[in-house]
Design a protein around this ligand. Structure first.
Ligand SMILES: Nc1nc2c(ncn2[C@@H]2O[C@H](COP(=O)(O)OP(=O)(O)OP(=O)(O)O)[C@@H](O)[C@H]2O)c(=O)[nH]1
Ligand SMILES: [Mg+2]
Length: 248
């Protein structure tokens, strides 16, 4: 699913990926109302791309916590194997982009951050822009960042490669024996031992940790563990979920 604010170029990207004018493109924000999908086969793999309505800011009323665009986007996010969070290079990274990345993270999806309209912003420099992305989109620090121009169909191979990579990472399973040998080398908190760890699921990669203390893992300990798992096993593009259990 391609998600993002209105007018960042989601429909243009869908059309570029499928090689035809499937979705309506216009400079008016809010053009796409209903999700449009189209499939292609490439390198023996089938991809179904979903172009979604732009996510708008919450309305002024506080009674309705989420507007319809958010509800619809969340649904498309949940149904997707990989979420492409599309940014507009000409506008930089804004608060709403961070919210949108947050939805993808909360739903446990594999994520790729794609910076569109790079044809008009190349002078900004990739490294500097990626730094902005890292600063503003903290939730998805695991996501690869790619630069593209949907209008010129450039950067699409790199995007597809990142989509593949993130999906593979989200689907990766660490064998239990290897995982436990690795876990025994970690020092979590003083006087807290990992008795046993197992990967209970994929998409998203979910680990269940049995420890000897009847207490939730401290947030920083969880971060530490996630970082070590990433260092050792990759999982680029995928969130990692840790569940803690105790007892024998
Ligand atoms: N320069 C440049 N303009 C682009 C690019 N991609 C899209 N645009 C322009 O951005 C405007 C919005 O494009 P759309 O594809 O309709 O954007 P959208 O995200 O689908 O918008 P909504 O459906 O309203 O949410 C159009 O005028 C496009 O021509 C790009 O890579 N470079
Ligand atoms: Mg659109």
């Amino acid at each position: 699913a391609i998600i993002g604010r209105p007018n960042v170029g989601k429909s243009t990207l869908l059309n570029a990926l499928v090689g035809k004018e499937r979705a309506i493109v216009s400079p008016v924000a809010g053009t796409t109302r209903d999700a449009v999908d189209e499939s292609i086969t490439r390198g023996g793999k089938r991809y179904t791309f979903v172009d979604t309505a732009g996510i708008r800011r919450k309305g002024k009323t506080h009674l309705i916590a989420e507007n319809l665009s958010v509800v619809m986007a969340r649904k498309n996010i949940r149904l997707a194997d990989v979420v492409v969070v599309l940014l507009d290079a000409t506008e930089g990274v804004v608060g709403l982009d961070a919210n949108i990345a947050g939805y993808a993270h909360q739903e446990g999806r594999a994520v790729v951050v794609a910076v569109n309209k790079w044809d008009t912003a190349e002078n900004l420099g990739r490294r500097a822009f990626e730094q902005r992305v890292r600063q503003e989109l903290k939730f998805v620090d695991y996501a690869p960042v790619v630069f593209l121009s949907a209008k010129n169909s450039s950067g699409l191979n790199r995007l597809l490669a990142s989509i593949d990579e993130s999906y593979a990472a989200a689907s990766f399973r660490v064998p239990t024996g290897e995982l436990n040998r690795f876990a025994q080398t970690l020092k979590l908190e003083p006087e807290r031992r990992i008795r046993y760890i197992t990967q209970a699921g994929v998409r998203p990669p979910t680990f269940v940790l049995f420890t000897d203390r009847k207490e939730k893992l401290h947030f920083s300990t969880e971060r530490f563990l996630i970082n070590r798992l990433r260092e050792k096993f990759g999982f680029r593009g995928a969130p990692i979920i840790i569940k803690t259990k105790w007892g024998k």
